[in-house]
Structure formats: C-alpha cells, structure tokens
Ligand binder design. Structure first.
Ligand code: ADP
Ligand code: MG
Length: 260
C-alpha cells in the first residue's frame, strides 16, 4: 500500500497549519504509523517546532533544483516512527524554480513518489506555506487528500472557498484527478465566544461530514510548545490540546482506514 499523503493547506497564515501538521503527524506516529512530515514553508516553522534546524540543501528544494533523491533528505526525529524532511530559508526560491520546470505542477509528485511507494511510510504530511502558489499547488498535486485547518473567525468561510476552488481547478485540469478534501479542522476554538460557535455552525451546515468532529481548543500551551522545540505531547501531554490532536488522529485513521 502506498503511503496516504495529506497536504495541510490554507492560504491564510496563522490559522494552525503548522501546529496541526506537527501534532497530527506526531499523534499518528505515536499510534504506530510510520509517518513522514515534509516542511514546505520557507519559514521552517515545522522544522524548528520539532527542535530541528533548517538545513541548507536539506529540503525538497535540493531535490527539485539538483535532482537529488529526496530520500537522502529524510531525518529521523527523536519521536519513534516520525521522520522529517526539514525546511530551509531558500525554499523561498522554490516557487521561482518551479516555474522554470516542465511539468511544473508535478515536481513534488515526481520526487515524493519513491517515498510514497517505498513502503517505509504509511502516512506523509505536507505542511504548506500560507499562499496558493506553486508550492501549495505542487503539494496538492502530490496528495491523496488535503486537510484545511480553519480558525473560527470572521470571514473564515470566504477563505475556505478559495482553497476549495483551487483544489477543484487542479482536479478538473487533470493535475490530480483523485484529489479529495480530506477534512476541515476547526482550530483555536474558544467555546466561550459566540464567534467560534457561529463559525462552527456555519461550516458544519455547508460542509457537514467534511468537518472533523474534533475541534482544537485555543490554549496557550500550543503557542508555547514550539519555542521549546516540542510537540504538544511532550510539552503538555495531559492537557486538552494533546487529547484533541490524538482524537483528530483517531478520526483521520477511521476516515481513511489507516492502521498501524
Ligand atoms: N489551538 C491553538 N491555540 C493557541 N495558539 C495556537 C493554536 N494553534 C496554533 N497556535 C499558535 O498560533 C500561531 C499560528 O499557528 P501556526 O500553526 O504557525 O499557523 P500557520 O502554519 O497556519 O501559519 C502560532 O504561534 C501557534 O503556536
Ligand atoms: Mg505554518
């Protein structure tokens, strides 16, 4: 079975993509699924949040630019079953690099497929940058499904429409006919505010089953953990955010029949 590949995507910054990518990937790894997290953001937040450094020539950029095998960039994290392809600052050049390539939408697919097919991993999680540019499109073109973290805020639905349209466009253009909305996860959820509840009701009304039952609560712990280079399971193992990301991983496994 090839690894199931999920792009964590939303063109908006600060909505919880990276937080979801690392903690969901860690939860899946802890559940016994060999998981590869790929940092696709030039800021390298996923890399540093796991306590790793950005690595020059160590990201997917080197694979695309120099046709180096991507398998050589995989590093093992201290978490069992969790591997990482780190980011690097020069990833910012990747978008320009991609425009020069033939089959410019399928560069990630080309380089990721040996890792998807190789049998070492059951899940790939791609942490996308906050834009709908070529990096995100390449990630979507290389994925089975995309997961949209959504902050419960004003105009959240509008932003959601944009990414759904881009994904639909890719699908209809034949770039990835099987691409599927894997789910929407509500992040930074605050039960005490009307806004969180209103946004939740609206999203569930329109997208029903696509919205994960699990919501990720707003908690300062999630904001603090990255500065210690730790996942939430290391930083606050018994807190609500750990429980939420474990529950999200469980839901995802059930939805996609993923088994350790
Ligand atoms: N549920 C949450 N509660 C509180 N802070 C959060 C939560 N999720 C993310 N954060 C914080 O919000 C900021 C943006 O989150 P991040 O995951 O980096 O978003 P993105 O990758 O979409 O830009 C970060 O400082 C992060 O630590
Ligand atoms: Mg991010």
């Amino acid at each position: 079975m090839p690894a199931k590949t999920f792009a964590i995507a939303n063109q908006k910054g600060g909505v919880g993509k990276t937080t979801t990518a690392i903690n969901l990937a860690a939860a899946l790894a802890q559940a016994g699924l060999p998981t590869l997290l790929v940092d696709l953001d030039p800021q390298g937040n996923a890399t540093s949040a796991l306590g790793h450094e950005k690595v020059e020539q160590g990201s997917i950029l080197a694979a695309v630019h120099d046709s180096e095998p991507l398998a050589g960039k995989v590093i093992q994290t201290r978490i069992a079953n969790l591997s990482l392809i780190p980011g690097e600052t020069d990833l910012a050049m990747l978008e320009a690099e991609l425009t020069k390539k033939e089959h410019y939408l399928h560069q990630f697919k080309k380089h990721l497929s040996p890792l998807q097919e190789g049998g070492a991993f059951k899940v790939l999680v791609l942490d996308c940058p906050p834009s709908l540019g070529l990096i995100c499109m390449n990630a979507l073109a290389a994925s089975d499904s995309y997961i949209v973290p959504m902050q419960c805020e004003y105009l959240a639905m509008e932003g959601l429409g944009q990414i759904l349209n881009v994904a639909r466009g890719l699908k209809e253009a034949g770039a990835n006919p099987g691409l599927d909305l894997g789910g929407i996860v509500l992040t930074m959820y605050d039960l005490r505010t009307n806004l969180s509840r209103q946004v939740e009701a609206e999203v569930r009304k329109h997208l029903a089953d696509k919205v994960f039952k699990t919501v990720i609560p707003r908690t300062v712990r999630l904001g603090e953990a990255p500065s210690f280079g730790q996942t939430i399971f290391e930083y606050d193992p018994f807190g609500p955010a750990s429980a939420a990301y474990n529950a999200l991983a469980k839901e995802l496994c059930a939805r996609f029949s993923l088994q350790a």
